[in-house]
Design a protein around this ligand. Sequence first.
Ligand code: NAP
Ligand code: ZN
Length: 349
Amino acid sequence: MSKVKAYGAQTAASALSAMEIERRPLNPDDVQIEILYCGVCHSDLHTARNEWKNTVYPSVPGHEIVGRITAVGDKVKKFKVGDLAGVGCMVDSCGHCPSCDDGEEQYCESGFTGTYNGPVFGGENTFGGYSQSIVVKESFVLQITHAADALAAVAPLLCAGITTYSPLKHWGVGPGKKVGIVGLGGLGHMAVKIAHAMGAHVVLFTTSAGKVADAKRLGADEVCISTDEKQMAQYANQLDFILNTVAAPHKLDPYLQLLKKDATMTLVGAPAEPHPSPEVFNLIFKRRQLAGSLIGGIAETQEMLDFCAKHGLVSDIEMIPMAYINDAYERMLKSDVKYRFVIDMKSLA
Ligand code: NAP
Ligand code: ZN
């Protein structure tokens, strides 16, 4: 075991603070990564504050990890010391259920092992990326093909990137499709960039009038202020697909009404409290569908990273020192992030 510096929450009510955690000795198929940067996902906040009622304390969040390999086990093939590497939301899964066989470890029937907060369905706690280093099985580690100087802005791709890429691809987003993205936060801004790069016509729905110019710069063809009923009415029955990234409960009906016949709205936002139930007639009359989607598999995460490298896509970030994390969480709750906080892990040394 090696002791490393970390930052985390001792209870749901306590601010995050410095602590020490232990990392396991390397197994033959493990790599050790010195963490250089870690993105700040809204799921980190939900977990640190036990909003999903499943947090094991102490809790060290962080699942948008990039860094450099500092040691490899005897059987490691993909990586060598000195390589750049990434770790997202998962560090293990059963490896033999139908979902794992399909390369969709996020839907592992035994429950995948989260990078933090342990296996979703019980087991030992795991500690995430708000720390100096991590030890991970190489099959759950991603190769980074972006230029090394873009590394900090690559970190958010490990969750925000894959969580939006996977449903956009699954629901056939591409040229000739009019796609709505709801919410311009960490996930939403990556969804806008990726849907644009996939060739779709992108409409961004936001509650923040101040984000209109940014949305267009990021790749939105049109921007709609979602609190303005007149603007919303212009899109009735127009959209082929909607990806909803909002982190708080809200009425889904105003968005369902924008879908064409047979079209789908997929929820990736995971608020602590349920959304008000949608009006069934909004589904029945146009055979519309309401769906959900969870991150993406490891192979698809690599595909997303390579897609983003090819299209020159990274996240728009605000770099912060580790000690700023509690302020960062408060700003995230006010939708005041442009558009992802990334922690410079040197600040933890
Ligand atoms: P974020 O950066 O805080 O962005 C959320 C955005 O939602 C805000 O910027 C805001 O956009 C909008 N919003 C917030 N409160 C709202 C409200 N009351 N009504 C309407 N819009 C509101 O969060 P994030 O990191 O992108 O994460 C978004 C959600 O996805 C979180 O719940 C997170 O846990 C979840 N998540 C799910 C998965 C998955 O696998 N499904 C993976 C990662 C994260 P505007 O200012 O543009 O309105
Ligand atoms: Zn996340």
